[in-house]
Unconditional design. Structure first.
Length: 287
């Protein structure tokens, strides 16, 4: 359930290898030909986790003999998670460079780039529901000019709710927080969320938020119910704005919450807020 920074780094290193292998591995021994990869990120350039991902990505390329400035060039473009206009502009810029392929970070960046090209190969790092999003024909045979990885399949939402119920059995009301602009695939998760919540005897509440200032009051309202729980949908907006959310999750009446891309938080008047599982495996967990 927990995807720590090491695992993310290992994944992107392997992903760097996948990019290097498609479609121009055969040219790795031709240093006179400078290959070009575009990289489209849907987070601010200052985001430290994104910088770590890209560092690992470059390492993966180096392991396969692709060195920046020697036989490969990387062109990066950045846009905020919900800034569609900026994302479309930088997508046009990347396509105008005529790269050999483009790496896209997620669902919205892939959608923006596909509006600009149906010929340049595209590899996505993590797309939610690539078939439903219209990016690929099937997982076995993607077709077209795009392929890549999907890390959080919808059925995992049911597992998240089971874990919430396990660590905080009193939870009978659970909210699913998401940003509609960053998560155009929200219904893909919400259908499973509602069904799983009903099967566990919990009331399911979909909570769309549109800007950062809405996060704290929304969670504060949820925290008024000590039997409430919270799940954060995997979307880039919530990933970027995790620090203020983590502060809010320390509110003493929230029974339990789960961040879709990583750790679980548990909080109650007796135990306070803490990650779950505990850092020390020998420590007794919440019951």
């Amino acid at each position: 359930m927990h995807l720590d920074q090491l695992k993310r780094r290992e994944f992107i290193t392997l992903f760097g290898g996948a990019v290097a292998a498609w479609p121009f591995t055969a040219h790795a021994q031709q240093p006179d030909r400078l290959r070009r990869i575009g990289v489209l990120m849907s987070v601010p350039e200052s985001d430290p986790e994104a910088q770590a991902w890209l560092g690992a990505f470059s390492e993966g390329l180096q392991h396969l003999g692709w060195t920046t400035g020697h036989n490969i060039r990387l062109d990066y473009r950045w846009a905020a998670p919900v800034d569609a206009e900026s994302r479309q502009r930088v997508s046009k810029e990347l396509v105008a460079l005529q790269p050999d392929l483009v790496l896209t970070q997620n669902t919205v960046s892939t959608a923006s780039l596909l509006q600009e090209t149906r010929s340049i190969p595209i590899i996505f790092a993590n797309v939610v529901d690539p078939i439903g999003s219209g990016f690929v024909a099937s997982l076995q045979r993607p077709g077209g000019n795009v392929t890549g990885f999907t890390l959080v399949e919808s059925s995992i939402v049911g597992k998240w709710l089971e874990v919430l119920k396990e660590i905080a059995p009193r939870v009978n009301r659970v909210a699913f927080l998401f940003n509609p602009a960053a998560a155009p695939y929200a219904e893909y998760y919400l259908v499973v969320f509602k069904a799983a919540a009903a099967s566990l005897g919990m009331e399911a509440i979909a909570v769309p938020i549109n800007k950062t200032s809405e996060i704290e009051p929304v969670i504060a309202e949820l925290a008024r119910d000590q039997n409430g729980g919270l799940v954060l949908m995997p979307d880039t907006f919530l990933l970027v704005h995790r620090p203020p959310e983590a502060d809010v999750l320390c509110m003493p009446r929230m029974s339990a919450s789960l961040i879709g891309h990583g750790e679980i938080m548990r909080s109650d008047p007796k135990h306070g807020a803490a990650p779950w599982p505990p850092a020390n495996p020998a420590s007794p967990g919440p019951r």
